[in-house]
Design a protein around this ligand. Structure first.
Ligand code: SF4
Length: 386
């Protein structure tokens, strides 16, 4: 498959709100599908239990909201509206269960609505611990993992052995490694790897069975290295704040065409939430617990009292060679918007320029964003920052 074909396939998966791939996978394998909301769940346990984990990131800009708005106040972000819309219009009927990881009150309330609306489906609010002591948060998280494992096993009828779980962890470690290689390569030669393509590849990972996704990434990497494209006079930027509700693809393309090479981002964190391989040399559930406690990213939905706010972002800016940060956040996203001033203060202290704006997943006009980031890029090129 060439690059065009790979991206076309990813684009089809991205646009298909009826989850044709998931339906076909279920028919082919006789397996079940479990949907999950951003930002992170340990997909390995779903996979080990014989189900397909499916990342649901709202309806994007292609879904007309007819009833979803009636469930939420006007000052709430957009992703729960489009998710409810997909649910009540039957688009998510293919899911045999839904997991709502703790990220904010909106997602927690959405999980409650789901329990009331879809009484015959498995619905789990995954209360990811905010305490990172292995004896406290770790013990609690282990209980949560075992709880999900037992429910999904009941749904699929598959009893999961430690070997099954180790195998799934290994497959997800390979996937994580493939994504990291792609991100490293993009930071090195961003002119060859448009982020609009990287983004679509990541979104495909929400849907595809993990081995198929890893193979697709490897194929893309092989092909993209052959590209002969000269670098432009663009600046390198890191994107921050887009970890849950997603910007429309058109907005990502607008940022790229405004003179910015995106070399770091926090959208579609998924398996990237865990930054190093999950250990398989011990009890596999302990490996997953330890990975969450000690190897997970810093993000707005995670409470870290012992770390300096912004340290993670500054380090990633330095590592990727970014010359500035674009805070690109969903409107009404409390976690992102409350964290932004603290991150901005840390960037100012570190002498790193930034600009910021808000979007909704169904934003349709990108001109003003493009003008803003284009001006940001020019100011860095001309004066070395703002
Ligand atoms: S976009 Fe922000 S406020 Fe909305 S559900 Fe996601 S994390 Fe919560």
């Amino acid at each position: 498959m060439g690059i065009d074909e790979i991206i076309k396939k990813c684009e089809h998966l991205y646009n298909d709100l009826d989850f044709g791939y998931v339906k076909a996978w279920k028919e082919k394998t006789g397996g079940k599908a479990i949907g999950y909301m951003p930002v992170y769940i340990p997909q390995e346990i779903i996979h080990a239990a014989g189900a397909l984990p499916v990342g649901i990131m709202g309806g994007g800009s292609n879904l007309e909201i007819i009833k979803g708005d009636a469930y939420f106040q006007s000052y709430i972000c957009h992703i729960p509206r489009s998710t409810i819309e997909m649910g009540i219009s039957g688009k998510l009927d293919v899911m045999d269960g839904m997991i709502f990881p703790a990220i904010c009150d909106v997602i927690r309330n959405l999980s409650g609505m789901w329990q009331m609306l879809f009484k015959n489906k498995y619905v789990k609010y995954l209360d990811l611990p905010q305490n990172f002591d292995p004896e406290i948060g770790g013990a609690f998280y282990r209980y949560e993992i075992e709880d999900i494992l037992s429910h999904v096993s009941q749904i699929t009828g598959k009893k999961v052995s430690p070997e099954d779980l180790k195998h799934s962890i290994t497959l997800y470690n390979e996937n994580r490694k493939a994504i990291k290689s792609l991100y490293d390569l993009r930071a090195e030669v961003p002119h060859k790897i448009p982020t609009s393509e990287v983004y679509l590849l990541l979104r495909a990972g929400n849907i595809l069975e993990v081995t198929e996704h890893t193979a697709l990434m490897a194929q893309y990497m092989t092909e993209v290295k052959k590209r002969d494209i000269k670098p432009q006079d663009n600046i390198k930027v890191a994107i921050n704040g887009a970890f849950c509700e997603q910007p429309p693809l058109g907005l990502i393309k607008a940022l790229e065409s405004s003179g910015c090479y995106i070399v770091e981002d926090d959208w579609v964190l998924g398996v990237r939430y865990i930054q190093e391989p999950v250990a398989t040399n011990k009890d596999p559930i302990s490996g997953l617990v330890d990975a969450y406690l000690t190897k997970s990213v810093s993000t707005a939905s995670k409470y870290e009292d012992k770390k300096e706010k912004g340290e993670y972002l500054i380090n990633s800016v330095k590592e990727t060679g970014a010359e500035g940060v674009i805070f690109c956040m969903p409107s009404f996203c409390d976690p992102a918007l409350l964290e932004r001033p603290m991150l901005a203060a840390a960037l100012t202290k570190a002498g790193i320029s930034y600009t910021s704006f808000k979007y909704a997943e169904n934003t349709g006009q990108f001109r003003t964003f493009k003008e803003q980031t284009g001006t940001f890029a020019d100011s860095i090129k001309l004066w070395g920052g703002v």
